[in-house]
Design a protein around this ligand. Structure first.
Ligand SMILES: CSC[C@H]1O[C@H](OP(=O)(O)O)[C@H](O)[C@@H]1O
Ligand SMILES: Nc1ncnc2[nH]cnc12
Length: 303
């Protein structure tokens, strides 16, 4: 049992965002979950109101994990074990649309899965099957709070877009020009390698999840442009860092008012609580006890 049980809000940092300078770190923890240890130590930070929030670097603090290697189950389970109810996850993405410019911020509302089945993507396996509804993979209440801060973004012509479709590819190589064009044709607006299985696992753990994407490049579709390289991504990432830091602190008061002070209701966050209680389709007597024991870590008493 962790000494922290009431850390309701967590930030996950992606490429280029290995800490949040605007939050005051007060402790570090490394929970051992049934799915192993998280990508990095979870940094516990104190907000201006005195609440604790968590920060976790998705690829490790020195970015040693490629997207296919991120221990997403351990990450989500570790956050759940300290009481997390809401995850705001940052991600660097390529843009598949002219109007989404490098350095713009995007709140996706949909995902198309182009990962290759090599990432463990569920807590429910080996004798305890369950199926979550994933039609709305992101949490609109959280997107609304984040979008309300759109005018605080700094930089010439930097915009925030919402309701976009995010393609999640396996990587680590970037897309070919033909793949990039295909993603545009099927309705993709932005592309990354990280939203899955993170978003699915959060849903299974009853954690509300919204990704804040930061465009770093035009991927490989634009004929007038060189194809994406990691140098382009990193240059724009560094430019995005201060906006990401500022956005994180700007949205905290609204999140804290809702989650700690119950001043505002977030119906789509509330609806998640208890949503998994009847999600397992496996007959009680047919459930594998070891599988159930592991799931107890994230949903105690459910199965
Ligand atoms: C460094 S470029 C590709 C890499 O960047 C994104 O990472 P994250 O989502 O963690 O910010 C993308 O998903 C790829 O993993
Ligand atoms: N073009 C791209 N494709 C996939 N992931 C990315 N992350 C940043 N840019 C990306």
């Amino acid at each position: 049992m962790s000494k922290y049980t009431d850390v309701k809000i967590a930030f996950i940092g992606g490429s280029g965002l290995y800490r949040l300078d605007t939050l005051k770190p007060v402790d570090e923890i490394e929970p051992e979950t049934p799915w192993g240890k998280p990508s990095a130590k979870i940094v516990i930070c104190e907000t201006a109101s005195g609440n604790h929030v968590a920060f976790l670097a998705r690829h490790g603090t020195g970015h040693h994990l490629n997207p296919s290697e991120v221990p997403a189950r351990a990450n989500i389970a570790a956050l759940k074990s300290i009481g997390v109810e809401v995850i705001i996850a940052f991600s660097a993405v390529g843009s598949l649309r002219e109007e989404i410019k490098p350095r713009d911020f995007i709140l996706p509302s949909q995902i198309i899965d182009r990962t290759k089945g090599i990432r463990p993507s569920t807590f429910f396996e080996k004798g305890c099957a369950a199926h979550i509804a994933f039609g709305e993979p992101f949490n609109k209440d959280l997107a609304d709070i984040i979008y309300s801060q759109k005018n605080t973004l700094q930089g010439e012509n930097v915009e925030m877009h919402r309701d976009k479709c995010l393609i999640c590819m396996e990587g680590p190589a970037f897309s070919t020009r033909a793949e990039s064009n295909m993603y545009r044709m099927v309705g993709g607006d932005i592309i990354n390698m990280s939203v899955l299985p993170e978003a699915k696992l959060a849903m299974e753990a009853e954690i509300a999840y919204q990704m804040i994407c930061m465009a770093t490049d035009y991927d490989s579709w634009r004929v007038s442009e060189e194809v994406v390289t990691v140098e382009t991504v990193v240059a724009n990432l560094n430019a995005n860092t201060s906006n990401a830091n500022q956005l994180a602190v700007n949205i905290l008061p609204a999140l804290e008012e809702a989650l700690y002070e119950n001043k505002v209701e977030l119906p789509r966050v509330k609806a998640l609580k208890g949503s998994m209680r009847f999600a397992s389709i496996t007959a009680k007597e047919a459930r594998n006890l070891e599988a159930v024991r592991k799931i107890e870590y994230i949903l105690p008493g459910y199965f």
